[in-house]
Design a protein around this ligand. Structure first.
Ligand code: CS2
Length: 482
């Protein structure tokens, strides 16, 4: 068996592959990151790695897994070193990242997570936990019915979810006279920092109104827009990377060359010098985030559901299908119209670049991966721009058809389902129990808890009817022509 990637094998990596340009044993843990998956390791941890290489060793990362031990089990034997593989049509470059110091597994040992978060050295807590881990209602308020919320309110000193961990750690710091850390959400939600601040404040208030007030007034929750396409790692990736590296890496990350991070500059406890490494530190993230969620993520969801329905396994394959391509262009026209014009952004250039990124032949980004959790993604990707168009007296046929593609793909996902949703129980019941197409569409939109359903139900229904009468390709072509 080949030797494992770790500190002692770093000096004999094959080729010209670079390891960390600093001594990982000298790092101090300044950041706790909750949700240490592939995305974090390809994005924030890579930006931090670049900062550490400049000599400020105080921003090492302690990663936290909220669900299981898989990441810790893969990374611990390799001193948390891992390979970042950037690929596109012109080839692949590999780099070994050293910014992650250790990985904690919350369900096994919540106290070690709280201890890391409560340490005076920890100045920032970052999160990539996906949309569904923010227990909120359609209007952004706390979902008090959520099971994790109820469990964490009942056992505040043994939390399981993000609100429980953040609140308990902030409460312990306050009791110990340690200033609060800054909380940086890196999830694909509109106003992610503000949203999370509201949720933590509401949650903490239910525990203790005084604590709620303290968090509301004293803790910074900057918003951020993150962007990098990171498909799930496959066994082929592991083999290819091991061959190039000359040592084995149990969990490399594979991504595109492009990366972007726009961060609201609000860090009372300090931060890495990210701006020297391409991070845009701004006063208002909203225009960037809206453009990304609506143009990139919106198109991604349309490609994912259309691709699932038409048998395309990857984004690149689906985007090469002329009917999907044509539909996405129409969707882009509708969504781009909703973007704020005064932030100096250039949606046309952005969309041209997106088209190249989606066509990247070296990334096997599975449509099934993006299709997951539609009930949590569609509001910011389709529903919000759709409602804004209706408010302005414009129609939104592509956005409505995007919702219809989701419903059609949900009804057609096979057994075991090709993709899943946290509201599956209600969504499956909505699809199974209804008799007419109109009933099904209304029931699915209700089950997904979308906002203002009545306003766009007829347009979604029309698209669903077209799909069932004429098929997916003819429907996409119809909208693209319109
Ligand atoms: C994707 C995103 O899975 C999804 O929902 O749309 O993960 C997307 O790849 C990233 O946001 C790109 O930055």
């Amino acid at each position: 068996m080949a030797q494992r990637l770790n500190r002692s094998s770093l000096s004999h990596l094959a080729g010209a592959i670079q390891g960390p340009a600093y001594d990982p044993t000298q790092l101090v843990a300044g950041i706790v990151h909750i949700g240490i998956g592939a995305f974090h390791r390809a994005h924030q941890a890579a930006y931090v790695d670049a900062c550490l290489a400049e000599g400020d060793a105080s921003w090492g990362i302690v990663g936290v897994s909220l669900r299981n031990s898989a990441m810790r089990d893969a990374l611990a034997p390799q001193d948390c070193l891992y390979t970042l593989a950037q690929r596109d049509g012109s080839g692949e470059t590999l780099k070994v990242i050293g910014s992650v110091m250790k990985v904690l597994v919350a369900p096994e040992d919540p106290q070690s997570v709280l201890a890391a978060m409560s340490s005076p050295q920890t100045r920032i807590v970052t999160l990539t936990v996906t949309e569904k881990a923010y227990p909120r209602n359609a209007d952004g308020t706390l979902d008090v019915q959520d099971r994790t919320v109820a469990a964490d309110l009942a056992n505040p000193d043994r939390p399981t979810g993000i609100l429980g961990f953040l609140t308990e750690a902030l409460s312990r710091r306050r009791a110990d006279g340690i200033p609060p850390f800054t909380v940086l959400s890196c999830d694909n939600l509109p106003a992610n920092g503000k949203t999370l601040h509201g949720l933590v404040t509401e949650f903490a208030t239910l525990r203790d109104p005084e604590l709620g007030r303290y968090i509301e007034q004293n803790v910074a929750f900057p918003s951020s827009m993150v962007d990098r396409i990171v498909p799930a790692t496959t066994d082929d990736d592991r083999q290819r990377v091991a061959q190039a590296l000359g040592v084995e890496d149990a969990w490399p990350v594979v991504t595109e060359p492009f990366m972007q991070w726009v961060v609201e500059d609000k860090f009372p406890m300090g931060r890495p010098a990210w701006e020297g490494h391409g991070v845009e530190m701004v006063a208002d993230v909203a225009p960037f985030e809206e453009m990304k969620l609506r143009l990139l993520n919106g198109a991604h969801s349309a490609i994912a559901y259309a691709g699932q329905l038409l048998g395309h396994e990857t984004v690149a394959d689906a985007f090469a299908d002329p009917v999907i391509h044509g539909f996405v262009k129409g969707l882009w026209r509708e969504s781009a119209w909703t973007l704020s014009g005064d932030a100096g952004l250039k949606p046309d250039e952005y969309m041209a670049r997106l088209a190249d990124r989606f066509a990247n032949p070296a990334l096997r980004h599975r449509t099934a991966q993006i299709a997951n959790d539609g009930s949590q993604k569609l509001p910011q990707r389709f529903i919000n721009p759709l409602l804004e168009r209706l408010d302005a007296g414009e129609d939104a046929p592509h956005l409505a058809a995007g919702v219809a593609l989701w419903i059609a793909a949900l009804a057609d996902r096979g057994e075991p389902p090709a993709f899943t949703d946290p509201l599956d129980e209600a969504l499956k019941a909505a699809i199974a129990n209804t008799t007419s197409p109109a009933d099904t569409v209304a029931a699915v939109l209700q089950a997904a808890r979308f906002d203002s359903v009545d306003r766009y139900l007829p347009a979604v229904l029309e698209a669903c009817q077209r799909i069932s009468d004429h098929g997916v390709s003819a429907t996409l072509a119809h909208y693209a022509r319109g």
